[in-house]
Design a protein around this ligand. Structure first.
Ligand code: SF4
Ligand code: SF4
Length: 395
């Protein structure tokens, strides 16, 4: 457990339950009996931090059905998030209705912590400034219905630094962090590089970590023989996810590490690694992970740097070239077709590489001289699995 020296003045479990991916059946309906078991297991094994959001469809209703009625409200920390974007809560009236819905669905009259959800992109920052949602959040806190406030971040480091300077009322920042993006500080880290963590920590804010296993990407990296050899030499009893979890939980100033646990086996493993047998990472182990990250990075078959020069003049077919190439690299780096397909489906947008007109304008601009037309075709042939492919299903 984290000690009492935090904004909540109480113990906070080192492992937090991210309620974004509660168990669902094939029909997309929640499997409520399993959700209840997960909440019960969490509460009886020392997890007292539950991360939810207005935007996670009906997950708060599950909390209101299987958590808040069964356990004293003070026995757990409940976190909500409001989504201030143009297509969601884009004015104060909607924002207040959203907050009321969160409380109502979760069966509570306060949130221990309320975050601005997934801010950092140009559009979310514009909406927040235009509507002065900073004041909205301060007023929620003043009303006592949100005990603490902060935001979850997916943006550029410079913007983060500026906002934390301008808004000292922010108490907590939730960020992505994992050993691979930290040691490579990749352009593709999407706000999850070491500089993001360092900025939050430097401003003295408490850090909540999400995606410590990089959305599952780091779960099978031991398929690379050199990585497996490193892991085994350091400690053969540890799994790839446990190395990733221990790295995240060992960073200074971390309040909790979130894991989106959707089955009991996952939760048992995470409880073992982060609560029952937690061992902070030793310096030698940190060095080992740095070497592992360098090996994984070296497995990128495509030398795309993400510079986006190919997009400066615009692809006439609307293909998001760097995203497509990044998905191809994902497949080779993480050795997991499901993870690579998920990355591809999430990033390819409306125009697949099959729409390429063959104009070669992208290749003329690319400083790496990449055979882009051939590579994007290869990516699509490998990663596209039809219109109805479900990126969340366990294929
Ligand atoms: S060759 Fe294809 S991918 Fe490249 S700019 Fe032309 S249409 Fe776009
Ligand atoms: S110009 Fe080349 S290196 Fe730069 S993003 Fe495009 S494909 Fe990648």
């Amino acid at each position: 457990m984290s000690d009492m020296d935090n904004i909540f003045n109480r113990s906070v479990s080192r492992l937090g339950f991210g309620c974004m991916r509660l168990p669902e059946g094939q029909d997309g309906e929640y499997i409520e009996s399993e959700i209840e078991k997960l909440f019960d297991y969490a509460m009886s094994h020392g997890i007292n931090y539950f991360d939810s959001a207005w935007h996670y469809i009906d997950s708060q209703k599950m909390i209101g059905k299987y958590l808040t009625p069964k356990y004293p409200r003070a026995s757990f920390i409940l976190v909500g998030k409001l989504h201030f974007h143009e297509d969601t809560l884009h004015n104060w009236k909607l924002a207040m209705e959203g907050f009321e819905k969160e409380l109502n669905d979760a069966g509570t009259d306060y949130m221990d912590l309320e975050l601005m959800h997934a801010i950092g992109g140009e559009e979310s920052l514009r909406v927040i400034e235009r509507e002065d949602f900073w004041r909205f959040m301060r007023e929620l806190k003043a009303s006592g219905r949100a005990k603490h406030i902060g935001f979850s971040w997916h943006g550029k480091v410079d913007d983060l630094d500026r906002l934390l300077t301008e808004h000292p009322e922010v108490e907590v920042v939730q960020i992505q962090a994992n050993y691979f993006d930290h040691f490579t500080n990749s352009r593709f880290a999407n706000g999850g590089g070491y500089d993001t963590y360092e900025t939050v920590h430097r401003h003295g804010k408490q850090v909540i970590i999400m995606e410590p296993i990089k959305g599952g990407s780091l779960a099978q990296v031991d398929k690379h023989a050199e990585v497996k050899a490193l892991f085994d030499a350091a400690d053969p009893t540890q799994t790839p996810p446990s190395w990733a979890l221990r790295y995240a939980a060992s960073l200074d100033g971390v309040l909790t590490v979130l894991s989106g646990m959707s089955n009991l086996a996952q939760m048992e493993e995470n409880v073992r690694v982060l609560l029952d047998d937690f061992k902070p990472l030793m310096v030698s182990e940190r060095d080992m992970l740095q070497r592992a990250a360098a090996i994984i990075e070296s497995k990128r078959p495509v030398g795309c740097t993400g510079c986006r020069y190919c997009m400066d003049k615009g692809c006439p077919a609307g293909i998001r070239i760097p995203n497509v190439l990044a998905s191809l690299n994902t497949l080779h780096q993480y050795q997991d077709l499901r993870i690579a397909r998920k990355a591809y489906y999430e990033s390819v947008g409306e125009h697949r590489p099959v729409e390429c007109l063959g104009c070669a304008s992208c290749e003329r601009e690319c400083p790496q001289r990449l055979p882009i037309r051939q590579l994007i075709r290869e990516a699509d042939e490998t990663l596209w699995a039809g219109e109805n492919y479900d990126i969340w299903a366990n294929h």
